[in-house]
Design a binder for this molecule. Structure first.
Ligand code: DQA
Length: 146
C-alpha cells in the first residue's frame, strides 16, 4: 500500500503567491502541491497537502495523520511561535515530522526565533523558499525507506 505524507500548512498560507511576495515568493500552494507530488512519486509516496487558518483544524488533521499518514511535513505559520497545542498533537504522532519555513525565520523579528514545533520536529528547513517543501518531501522519502 502507498504511504501518505501529510503536508500541513497554517494560517495565511492560503495566500501564498499574493502575500508579501518579497518574503514568500510568487509560487502558490497549488504549485507546492504539484512539485511535492512529483518528488513523492519518485519515492513511491503520495502527498496530501492541507491548509487551514484554524488551529483546531490543524490539530484534527494531525490526529487523522496518526492513522492515515506515515509522515508529516508541517509549516505551522505563525502558530509555530505560539502553539503548545500543535506541539502536543505532534507528540501523539509516531512517524517522522519535518518543519518547514519558507523564509529564514532567524533573520526576522525575534518573536519568530522560537518554535514550539521544533521541540518535536526531526528536521527543520528555513529560508529555502518554497523549495523547502520539496526538500522535506525528499527527506521523507529517505526516512520512510521508500
Ligand atoms: C513562516 C514564518 C512564520 O514566522 C510566519 O508567521 C508565517 C510563515 C514561513 O514559512 O516562513 O506565516 O512559517
Amino acid at each position: 500500500m502507498t504511504k501518505t505524507v501529510f503536508i500541513l500548512n497554517g494560517p495565511n498560507l492560503n495566500l501564498l503567491g499574493q502575500r508579501q511576495p518579497e518574503i514568500y515568493g510568487r509560487d502558490t500552494l497549488a504549485d507546492v502541491e504539484a512539485t511535492c507530488s512529483e518528488v513523492a512519486a519518485a519515492f513511491g509516496l503520495t502527498v496530501r497537502l492541507l491548509q487551514s487558518n484554524w488551529e483546531g483544524q490543524i490539530i484534527d488533521w494531525i490526529h487523522e495523520a496518526r492513522h492515515e499518514a506515515a509522515g508529516i511535513v508541517i509549516n505551522p505559520g505563525a502558530f509555530t511561535h505560539t502553539s503548545v497545542a500543535i506541539l502536543d498533537a505532534l507528540n501523539t504522532f509516531e512517524g517522522p515530522v519535518l518543519e518547514v519555513h519558507i523564509s529564514n525565520v532567524h533573520r526576522r523579528e525575534s518573536f519568530r526565533h522560537h518554535s514550539y514545533v521544533s521541540l518535536r520536529a526531526d528536521g527543520v528547513i528555513a529560508g529555502f523558499g518554497v523549495e523547502g517543501y520539496a526538500l522535506a518531501t525528499r527527506r521523507m522519502g529517505s526516512l520512510l525507506g521508500a
